[in-house]
Design a binder for this molecule. Structure first.
Ligand code: ATP
Length: 307
């Protein structure tokens, strides 16, 4: 049986629809990513799954238990790391962890093996107050607190938001290690580049799921020709390319612009000629393979027919 089953779940806040008719299933042992911009409905869906919010319609089960009827049982079986840190800033690292262990009727010693590798990095600071830790350290402690009662399913709501690139990478490495031990994990993120770290991802926007698949299969949905373009003046480059008759979409991507064109017949030479006519200098144009972010951008702007 699937570890998480979501069937036609909807939730509104008054007149604001936050989650609209979402259905998804997550297999045991999957590291599953919910990718979407702010306001997509990720947090609302997480709160429903960890029994903190009732859905208006639809049903969901986690580890075989109904999120409404079986909420008491379920709360013991899930680990939840909310988007905003759930730590007590005035308690030390060790006290925070002991607190979460006690709430779930366990001890640090009993389940230490589950967090050992992560906690080892926190040990030198174990007497420091949680409020005094760096973002990356807080995130590791919050993960330890979500794991200390040996949950069957782990829910991490935007765990890498606001932490530096190195900590983000370390965090995903830790999630992969936990996953290799069989822990089912649902993790949300607004960072599209993190999608490739997941076994499967669902891409969510304005309360609905636009695509669910492996990162590779999602990338393969992108059927258009894609160009990376760069020139001396990026600002007027984006302006001119967006006005070009051949352009379908054009957006900034690191130091290059990513450009899709309306017809496969549009060549690099044509694009180059158009840009030279507009007085651009040091022009570089390459045909490139799409990444997962390109597919997500296309899904978001609905310019890309999907397979
Ligand atoms: N308590 C609330 N009252 C009213 N509207 C809310 C409430 N919580 C969320 N919303 C609205 O519901 C929609 C979905 O919000 P949600 O927090 O679930 O999205 P999210 O993808 O987690 O984004 P974020 O990263 O901004 O939290 C948004 O339009 C948001 O403004």
């Amino acid at each position: 049986m699937d570890a998480i089953i979501i069937e036609n779940v909807s939730k509104s806040y008054g007149a604001i629809p936050a989650v609209s008719d979402v259905s998804l299933s997550i297999k045991p042992g999957e590291l599953f990513g919910l990718i979407g911009p702010d306001g997509a409905g990720k947090t609302t869906l997480f709160k429903i799954l960890v029994t903190l919010l009732l859905p208006d319609t639809g049903r969901a089960t986690v580890a075989g238990y109904d999120v409404v009827k079986d909420y008491k049982t379920l709360r013991k079986l899930v680990g939840y790391m909310p988007g905003r840190f759930s730590l007590y800033p005035d308690l030390s690292v060790q006290e925070n962890l002991a607190f979460f262990a006690t709430v779930f009727g366990t001890t640090i010693r009993q389940n230490y093996h589950l967090i050992q590798e992560i906690y080892a990095q926190l040990e030198p600071f174990k007497n420091r107050r949680a409020g005094q830790l760096s973002g990356g350290m807080k995130q590791k402690l919050a993960l330890c607190c979500a794991l200390i009662h040996k949950p069957d399913v782990l829910f991490l709501d935007e765990p890498t938001t606001g932490v530096d690139a190195v900590s983000r990478k370390e965090f995903w490495d830790m999630l992969r290690q936990l996953n290799e031990r069989g822990l089912t994990t649902l993790v949300s993120t607004p960072y599209m580049d993190e999608a490739s770290r997941c076994d499967r991802v669902a891409f969510m926007q304005t309360g609905t799921v636009l695509a669910v698949d492996t990162p590779l299969a999602i990338t393969r949905r992108f059927k258009k020709r894609l160009y990376a373009v760069r020139a001396a003046d990026t600002y007027s480059l984006i302006h001119d390319l967006r006005l070009a008759p051949f352009t379908e979409s054009c957006y900034a991507f690191g130091e290059f612009l990513h450009l899709t064109v309306k017809s496969a017949a549009v060549t690099e030479e044509q694009i180059g000629r158009y840009l030279r006519e507009k007085n651009h200098r040091t022009i570089e144009i390459h045909s490139i393979q799409p990444g997962i972010e390109d597919t997500f951008m296309a899904l978001m702007t609905q310019t890309q027919p999907t397979a």
